[in-house]
Structures are given as C-alpha cells and as structure tokens.
Ligand binder design. Structure first.
Ligand SMILES: CC(C)(COP(=O)(O)OP(=O)(O)OC[C@H]1O[C@@H](n2cnc3c(N)ncnc32)[C@H](O)[C@@H]1OP(=O)(O)O)[C@@H](O)C(=O)NCCC(=O)NCCS
Length: 183
C-alpha cells in the first residue's frame, strides 16, 4: 500500500484526495465548470453530480494504491478547498520510467503562481519517490498560459502531434513537451 503524501509548500498542502473527501472535488469541478470546459473532454451532466464524483475519487484512490496514477490535489492551509490539482497518469516503469501530466487551477486563483508552486513540488515528489525519468505534458497551441507554465517549469518542446486529443468535442493538435529527471 502506497503512503499518502502530504507535501507542504509556502501556500499549499498537496495530497491525494481520500474517498470521504469527494465533496471538495464536487465543489471544485462545479464552480469551475465553464472555466475548464474549453480544455477538457466534453463531460455529460451526470459527471458533475455527487455519486459520479464519489465513484471517480474512489477509482483514483485505487489507482494511486496500485501505483498507476498519482492524483494530487493542492488544498489551502485550512484544507477547506481545492486550489488546484494535477494528475500523473499512465505510469510506466522498465526502460521508459515515464508518465503523463495533466493539471488545472480554479478560476479565482489563476495567475497567482499557485499552479507553478504545486507543480514544482509535485514533480520533485514523483521524480524522487517513484524514480521516474520523464514527465510528459501536452497542450493545445492556443493555451498560452499552459505553454508558459510548462516552459517556466523546465519542460522542453518535442514536437506537435496532429489531431491528438478530443477536447471540447473536437480533435485538436497538441504541442508535446517533456521534463527529464536529470538527477
Ligand atoms: C493552464 C493553467 C493551469 C495556468 O495557470 P496559471 O495560474 O496561469 O499558472 P501559474 O501558477 O504559473 O501562474 C502564472 C502567472 O502568475 C503570475 N504570478 C506568479 N506568482 C504570482 C504572485 N505571487 N502574484 C501574482 N501573480 C503571480 C506569474 O507572473 C505568471 O504569469 P506570467 O507567466 O505571465 O509571468 C490555468 O490557466 C488553467 O487551469 N487553465 C484551465 C485548465 C488547463 O488549461 N489545463 C492545462 C491543459 S494543458
């Protein structure tokens, strides 16, 4: 069984959401629904309800225990709300030692540097604790904020994949980037 991390940064507490705390995610996803929808797959209405979110949190928690995904949330210091979140998924070991990274921040906290604060600490955690060599993150070219954020975090552009992911109902090209663990 994996130990649940609790990483403390200047403004955040970063951890894995426990199944009992699913209501924090319900609030984050509902409040930020229109903010996130241009950058995510199309979600049906049920996706946002209590029962479906509870199931997703349980599944994420199981995947974390199996070691295939690290679904992290960054809470404020009183642990009363999710500020931002990120997920390291498709974790592969062997000769690849790599994973994919996805992330978002609540609309009201955008542009404060808190997403950067979370990702910097979280990437260091996965490199150290999971001995990963490469984290891959991909963004739609028009997502300028995401591109700047990855650049600041030290991700290198590796190319463009045509028609890569179906986001907001349309197959969209993505810029492919990676950060390599140099230690
Ligand atoms: C992409 C996304 C996560 C970027 O978040 P962000 O808040 O812009 O990222 P950061 O934490 O790095 O903050 C960036 C800005 O805050 C500014 N900032 C940093 N510290 C600050 C502080 N203490 N006070 C005020 N501003 C600050 C920085 O100057 C930076 O702006 P700059 O890059 O223009 O200089 C966010 O736009 C988002 O959630 N979008 C929707 C979902 C999404 O697109 N996910 C990614 C899919 S690939």
């Amino acid at each position: 069984m994996k130990l649940i991390p609790e990483l403390e940064t200047e403004n955040l507490i970063i951890s894995v959401l426990k199944p009992d705390d699913f209501e924090l995610l319900v609030k984050y996803e509902n409040v930020n629904r229109s903010h996130l929808s241009p950058w995510e797959p199309t979600r049906i209405t049920e996706y946002f309800c209590l029962e479906e979110t509870k199931k997703r949190v349980e599944l994420n928690f199981k995947d974390f225990q199996l070691g295939s995904t690290i679904p992290l949330v960054a809470l404020d210091k009183t642990k009363s709300e999710i500020i931002c979140l990120c997920s390291f998924s498709n974790i592969v070991h062997g000769a690849f030692q790599a994973c994919n990274l996805g992330y978002s921040i609540s609309e009201k906290n955008q542009g404060t540097g808190l997403m950067f604060e979370m990702l910097q600490a979280s990437i260091e955690y996965v490199f150290t604790e999971y001995n990963l060599h490469r984290v891959m993150a991909n963004y739609i070219p028009s997502n300028i904020r995401s591109g700047k954020l990855l650049d600041k975090l030290g991700f290198q552009k590796e190319g463009v994949a045509k028609s890569y992911l179906k986001i907001a109902g349309t197959w969209q090209d993505h810029v492919l980037t990676s950060k390599i663990n140099l230690s």
